[in-house]
Design a protein around this ligand. Structure first.
Ligand code: 3HC
Length: 648
């Protein structure tokens, strides 16, 4: 029974019990429909508490049903019935009330939320809009500009904020059910949310300013614009008409390419490390983490661990470097405090759990040590030799290398089976992806521990085999190579960047390289020159820019030229350099349309992705999509390069 009814005096307690997240499936809709019948028909029931079992209130409609023909009762009809009930329904919310779950709560007559609850309408993140009255009921509970932000960004809010803006009536600090019961016993006649007036905006012009911002940020994704349209309908039409229009828009979006692609990524992200080899393998307990290296990556990794409640000891080569690393970590935590992501108490707790040292001995009790030293095999091997001498035999050791052979790092150590790669992306405390690089011979428990760490840090783990660049950087190299070929063949950096940004990437590749500094990759290319395949086409334009002292934004020139405010502009000097290089190579430059640019880059990514699969570096093509979406801003709503390849 996914929905059951219990009685406590004159209050009926309707409980949804549909693990794991109480999604409103067809069975739940049927159960709730019957619950309305039962409670309306029972003269001894004077009020209803709607509550959920398990870890959360309803987290939305059941996404797995979206590919199937809808079955009655439909959620909008069910919610109208609950709203029209003659007995008051009190929604008791814990965990997350999301999408159809929040819509269900809004159709109830009163809402009480547990202090830790989160409430939101994340449908846009699935390429949808709320489809069961969310765009019509929410602006009747909260100011219309706040409703706009919630619906078109999908970002959930906490219980206190929800109460402040009118979304919930009270916040429960004690036992949720008991508090909801008290409300049920005292609440008056039910007032339908739809009968309320729309709430005014928080300030004149706030709604239209919000619309402008949302449309500017959509970068080609449809759902935010459709959400705006649905809210405009809520303003322009009576509730009933606005509901009908919302439903039509929802159904159209549900069958859109965008929604299919976003559903693909939703499920792909949740299945990355479902691996047979990990069945029944327990991770080792992880509480104390060591980080070797206090540079940008080391500090970011340390901060990510601290922010997730782990203790961290950082080791640097001398006390000055240790102090500098300490300062970097503190700066990240200070910034989190300033942005309100960390309370002052949590900030103090995290700083107290952190130490920086100039001695490897400080890592003697670590459960896991992550090396984030200079990207050079010899340097890394020396670090692991030091670690071998001090860490416990059962401790897990990881390298944050972004392209080196983790097997070669592990080879000469005392316990190679405990060494893996944990490739974080900068900034490490923010980026969601964690590539877990498994060399031959890695112990399953070490792999399970890497996966467990990713989950503790709130990151998405993707398993990669050992190869130059692993999954993410290898595909990005293919993108970069193809973009550079096009430079020589006739395109200019800003044209390629614009095509890719219009496609949905947050930033074009050349702009990104200018930002990172061209000298870093130049140094790497120089180091790799001796082992480069002489038969492979090599584009020198980046090297030529560096030889001219143009390292990107930090020197005011790179692929672009930068003004005093740091804004990028097309650089005639770069254009001349590129054209001269094409001439030097005997290449007749030709025009590229934006579509041909995106097609060529996409094909290059797909080709590399196929190779990565054929070589067994990635386990599944979905993992490549998840990697590209979360590491390099591949537009999520397109589903990823391999998804596009399979769906064409
Ligand atoms: N439908 C079906 N399955 C769902 C689901 C949903 N709405 N939400 C989560 N699940 C499944 C996941 O696929 C996963 O399954 P698995 O164990 O087989 O991999 C399981 O529930 C647990 O999910 P998570 O691993 O994501 O668990 P977390 O604890 O990390 O997160 C959550 C929980 C915050 C609820 C997160 O799952 C989430 O954000 N879910 C989606 C919420 C959402 O987008 N709701 C809107 C749906 S659209 C809608 O409601 C339309 C309406 O307007 C008509």
């Amino acid at each position: 029974m996914v929905v059951r009814i219990d009685r406590d005096g004159c209050v009926a307690i309707v409980t949804i019990d549909n693990p794991p997240v109480n999604a409103v499936s067809h069975q739940v809709r049927l159960g709730l429909w019957e619950a309305v019948d039962a409670t309306e028909g029972d003269p001894d029931v004077s009020a209803v508490v709607l509550i959920c079992s398990g870890r959360t209130f309803v987290a939305g409609a059941d996404i797995r049903e979206f590919g199937q023909p809808p079955k009655e009762p439909h959620l909008p009809d069910l919610l109208l019935r609950i709203e029209a009930a003659t007995k008051p329904w009190v929604a008791a919310i814990h965990g997350t009330a999301l999408g159809g779950g929040l819509e269900l709560a809004m159709a109830c007559h009163t809402r009480i939320a547990d202090a830790g609850a989160k409430l939101g309408l994340p449908e846009v993140t699935l390429g949808l809009i709320p489809g069961a009255g969310g765009t019509v009921r929410l602006p009747r509970l909260v100011a219309i500009d706040l409703a706009l932000v919630m619906i078109s960004t999908g970002t959930p809010i906490g219980a206190d904020r929800a109460q402040e803006i009118g979304l919930v009536d009270s916040v429960s600090t004690g036992d949720l059910l008991s508090n909801a019961m008290l409300i049920a016993l005292s609440v008056g006649a039910p007032q339908p949310t739809l009968a309320r007036e729309l709430r005014a905006e928080t300030a004149p012009g706030a709604f239209s300013a919000g619309v402008e911002k949302i449309l500017a940020r959509a970068r080609g994704q449809l759902a935010p614009a459709v959400a705006v349209q649905a809210l405009q309908n809520a303003i322009d039409f009576p509730a009933e008409e606005a509901l009908a229009r919302e439903r039509a828009l929802f159904l159209k979006m549900r069958d859109s390419e965008e929604a299919k692609a976003l559903r693909h990524i939703f499920f792909a992200e949740r299945s990355t490390v479902r691996l047979d080899r990990l069945n029944g393998i327990a991770p080792l307990p992880l509480a104390q983490v060591g980080v070797v290296g206090g540079g940008t990556m080391g500090a970011g990794i340390a901060a990510a661990c601290l922010l997730s409640g782990l203790s961290v000891t950082m080791v640097e080569r001398d006390s000055n470097a240790a102090q500098a690393g300490h300062n970097r970590v503190r700066a990240i935590l200070d910034d989190s405090l300033k942005r309100g992501k960390l309370t002052p108490a949590a900030h103090s707790k995290d700083m107290a759990a952190f130490a920086a040292s100039d001695s490897y001995e400080a890592l003697a009790s670590a459960d896991l040590v992550i090396e984030a030293a200079f990207e050079d095999l010899g340097v890394k091997q020396a670090v692991f030799a030091q670690l071998d001498k001090v860490v416990r035999p059962e401790a897990i050791l990881a390298s944050n290398t972004s392209y080196l052979d983790v097997g070669a790092i592990a080879r000469d150590t005392a316990h190679p089976g405990r060494i893996l790669g944990l490739h974080f992306f900068a900034p490490a405390h923010i980026m969601k992806l964690l590539e877990i690089v498994a060399p031959q011979g890695l112990d399953d428990s070490a792999l399970a521990s890497g996966v467990a760490l990713a989950k503790m840090l709130g990151k998405i783990p993707v398993l990669s085999g050992v190869c130059d660049g692993f999954i993410a950087n290898r595909i990005m190299s293919a993108y970069r190579r193809e973009a550079e070929y096009m430079l020589e063949d006739g395109a200019l950096p800003w044209q390629i960047d614009k095509a890719m940004e219009d496609y949905g990437f947050p930033m074009g590749l050349f702009r990104m390289q200018d930002l990172a500094g061209l000298d870093i990759s130049w140094a790497m290319r120089k180091r790799q020159a001796a082992i480069r395949d002489p038969n492979q086409r090599y584009v020198r334009i980046g090297d030529l820019l560096c030889e001219a002292g143009h390292f990107g934004r930090k020197t005011g020139r790179g692929y672009y030229v930068y003004d005093d405010q740091g804004r990028a502009h097309p650089s005639p000097e770069t254009a001349a350099l590129i054209e001269a290089e094409s001439a030097q190579r005997g290449i007749a430059r030709r025009n590229f349309s934006d579509a041909s640019i995106t097609d060529r880059i996409l094909e290059a990514m797909q080709l590399e992705g196929r190779r990565i699969l054929d070589e067994g570096i990635a386990q599944r093509s979905d993992d490549i999509d998840v990697t590209m979406v979360n590491a390099f801003g591949f537009p999520r709503w397109k589903g990823g390069p391999m998804y596009l390849l399979a769906s064409n």
